[in-house]
Design a protein around this ligand. Structure first.
Ligand SMILES: Cc1ncc(COP(=O)(O)O)c(C=O)c1O
Length: 229
């Protein structure tokens, strides 16, 4: 963040952080020095996969300018979406805690499973020392979205994804229901092979967004899908 502020300009650029993946509980960018924090409210905050909205927070001066731009662009949420969001805020904390607990249990079991090559969580045993240091300095939790690498490639990943019954094949995250996706052919399908390699997105990568279901049901689903590979 200091890099952006050090630029020799009359008005240094504002530092904006998209905090969608760690949501409002597990990382607080404004406390860490960001000027603006952005959320896809579609994810944890909405939490029920029934709305699309975004949020931006920051100091009063900058937010006055964001508000002007919102008026010009017309990106105000409609009343029904606003009502759904208010309803969802009542359960945000317990949904996020439960989803993260489920994810921690599943990640631990998957790490011990010989059918999985690696389990990639924010922080944790597979993080590089640099990433781990950032995680410990900035984050209060690892969230409920993580990835696994399977032995093999696309065919193995597709066999696992096709075998899942409770996890739905979709790219969102932070909802009450668990989702699984194949980043290489879905979210990151427009990356060049070089960019995928640089970002660690192999054909054997499967992303999970863990929801609030019974964790034993989720484990049973992953267990049978891994056996289908
Ligand atoms: C990190 C992040 N930010 C923003 C967005 C955009 O969200 P929306 O679909 O609500 O426009 C997404 C969507 O996947 C996301 O993953």
């Amino acid at each position: 963040m200091s890099g952006a502020r050090a630029l020799d300009q009359a008005e240094p650029p504002a530092v904006a952080v998209d905090n969608t993946f760690l949501g409002p509980l597990w990382q607080s960018p404004l406390e860490l020095g960001a000027d603006l924090v952005l959320y896809s409210l579609t994810k944890y905050v909405g939490g029920h996969s029934d709305l699309i909205a975004g949020g931006c927070m920051g100091g009063a001066d900058l937010m006055a300018r964001v508000g002007e731009m919102r008026t010009i662009c017309g990106t105000t949420a409609d009343p029904h979406t606003a009502w759904l969001l208010l309803r969802s805020l009542e359960t945000l904390h317990i949904r996020m805690e439960r989803a993260q607990n489920n994810a921690l249990i599943l990640a631990e079991r998957l790490r011990a499973d010989p059918r999985v090559s690696a389990v990639l969580t924010a922080g944790g045993p597979d993080a590089s020392p640099e990433q781990q240091a950032i995680f410990e300095a900035q984050c209060k939790g690892s969230g409920s979205t993580f990835s696994l690498e399977l032995p093999g490639g696309e065919a193995e990943a597709f066999r696992m994804l096709n075998a899942l019954r409770l996890f739905k094949l979709a790219v969102s995250l932070g909802g009450a229901e668990s989702l699984a996706s194949h980043p290489s052919s879905m979210t990151h399908s427009d990356y060049t092979p070089e960019a995928k390699a640089r970002s660690g997105i192999g054909d054997n990568l499967v992303r999970l967004s863990v929801g609030i279901e019974n964790v034993e049901d989720l484990w049973a689903d992953l267990d049978q899908a891994l056996s289908a590979i």
